[in-house]
Design a binder for this molecule. Structure first.
Ligand SMILES: C[S@@+](CC[C@H](N)C(=O)[O-])C[C@H]1O[C@@H](n2cnc3c(N)ncnc32)[C@H](O)[C@@H]1O
Length: 287
């Protein structure tokens, strides 16, 4: 990927989240800027212990946040970088749960503002800092962080090698990286491909190949400790939750089909049965 196309990708992703923030505000004007399709302050997939566990999306998303935070093994003496901080929920949670100082970056101006507002309205303001920055060009010195997490942001950065290189640069020796990412578990059958393609186009995402991660990490001066396929706990239920407005509409409109969702550019209903679309949790350590 050329530098030019990488830069325009970050800009496009920033605009996507600016729009998402604005739409959330318009749809739920009374809910203090953080209401959005049930994700709450944590803009990522949920983690359910069992396929039918009775937990809403925001509760399951918070659980995944905690799984990521705990794997960093940081304490109140340490400084963490959150790559792709969204509206600040995970960073706030990390500061509250570990006592660590957290700096979050995002390519969305609206998100940086929302995250700052969220931290200022909490008791943790002094331990949090949010800014607009591109993970491919981190505005921080070498070895300046004790840990880095990237909770569902890697999939927006097609040049994963370059991002991991930047993470390896700012991470101190012995520091840990924890991330989640989308990956292709198996080739997607033709029948599901239109929905996967639509998801890629509308969300500006790419999928990783698990087998590439160890060498990409090594090239960035890191060694992997854990790569776990957590798809069974995350993807299907998250797409079901995201499809709820569509499902309600379809129930009220006899004859509605997945073709209608495709035509309306809504990928989630068609993603529910795509078992090949995977979700991984990865832990690595800086050498
Ligand atoms: C799905 S959201 C996840 C947000 C947050 N981690 C959470 O879980 O609530 C993806 C985030 O990645 C950020 N992102 C995407 N590309 C980025 C880049 N090149 N540099 C920094 N952040 C990026 C977006 O701005 C957005 O905040």
């Amino acid at each position: 990927m050329s530098e030019q196309s990488t830069i325009s990708n970050a800009e496009a992703v920033g605009k996507l989240y600016d729009r998402f923030a604005a739409e959330s505000r318009d749809l739920w004007p009374d809910e203090a800027d953080v209401a959005n399709f049930g994700f709450g302050e944590h803009l990522h997939f949920g983690y359910w212990e069992t396929p039918d566990e009775d937990a809403p999306l925001d509760v399951a998303a918070l659980r995944l946040t905690d799984m990521v935070i705990d794997r960093m093994r940081v304490d109140e003496t340490q400084h963490v970088l959150d790559i792709g901080c969204g509206i600040g929920g995970p960073a706030l949670r990390a500061a509250r749960r570990t006592g660590a100082r957290v700096t979050g970056i995002t390519v969305s101006e609206a998100q940086a503002e929302q995250a700052t507002a969220l931290s200022e309205s909490s008791e943790l303001g002094g331990r949090l800092d949010f800014r607009l920055a591109d993970a491919l060009d981190l505005p921080f010195p070498d070895a300046s962080f004790d840990a880095v997490f990237a909770l569902e942001s890697m999939m927006h950065m097609p040049d994963r090698v370059a991002v991991l290189g930047e993470i390896g640069r700012v991470l101190r020796p012995g520091g840990r990286l924890v991330l989640t990412d989308f990956f292709e578990r198996a080739p997607v059958p033709e029948v599901h491909r239109p929905f996967v393609d639509l998801l890629r186009e509308t969300s500006l995402i790419s999928t990783a190949r698990v087998k590439d991660y160890p060498s990409m990490l090594r090239a960035a001066g890191m060694l992997f400790e854990e790569i776990t396929d957590i798809s069974e706990h995350t993807t299907r239920r998250t797409f079901i939750e995201m499809s709820k407005p569509w499902t309600e509409w379809a129930a009220a409109n006899p004859g509605a089909s997945l073709e209608d969702a495709l035509e309306a550019s809504i990928p989630a209903p068609g993603m529910i049965d795509v078992d090949e679309f995977g979700y991984l949790l990865l832990v690595a350590q800086r050498s």
